[in-house]
Design a protein around this ligand. Structure first.
Ligand code: MN
Length: 151
């Protein structure tokens, strides 16, 4: 009986362990981003900022399921490296793409697009952008129809 209790306690410990049930990102989760240009929960953490030697910024972004950015453009373009989970990426006039851990998305300068998590899975990516060419230009919210939600 004592052995059974020990095993039960061990299994509960494994299941309840944060490393088992939560994000395994090697980067800090950063600050929860205020809901200005997205819906849902998004955390942003700048890993490397632009300076006199490097013209680009690199950040990690963590999205809860259902979270998505508004439509936007980057004057200098953007590269997204998906490190965890499942997300969406869509450029204006094209079909919405599903992106997964290991995918790399190259977004050309000035192209209207949005990215985020899927309704059922969170997503984490590293984003790098030549910010000295100009800041992100925010456009409008992604509609439920564009996100694939039927109401
Ligand atoms: Mn973008």
């Amino acid at each position: 009986m004592k052995k059974v209790l020990y095993i039960t306690a061990f299994l509960f410990g494994v299941i309840a362990s944060p490393s088992f049930s939560q994000s395994t990102s090697i980067f800090p989760k950063g600050e929860k981003s205020p809901n200005v240009h997205h819906v849902g929960n998004v955390w942003l953490s700048e890993l490397s900022s632009a300076d006199s030697s490097f013209s680009y910024s690199t950040a990690v972004a963590i999205f809860d399921p259902g979270a998505r950015l508004d439509w936007h453009t980057h004057p200098g373009g953007q590269i997204l490296i998906i490190t965890e989970g499942v997300g969406y990426y869509q450029e204006k006039g094209k079909a919405r793409q599903t992106v997964r851990m290991g995918d790399v998305v190259k977004c050309q300068p000035g192209i209207e697009h949005w990215h985020g998590a899927t309704p059922d899975s969170g997503v984490t990516y590293i984003a790098t952008s030549p910010v000295l060419k100009g800041k992100t230009i925010w456009l409008h919210r992604v509609s439920d129809a564009e996100y694939g939600i039927k109401k």
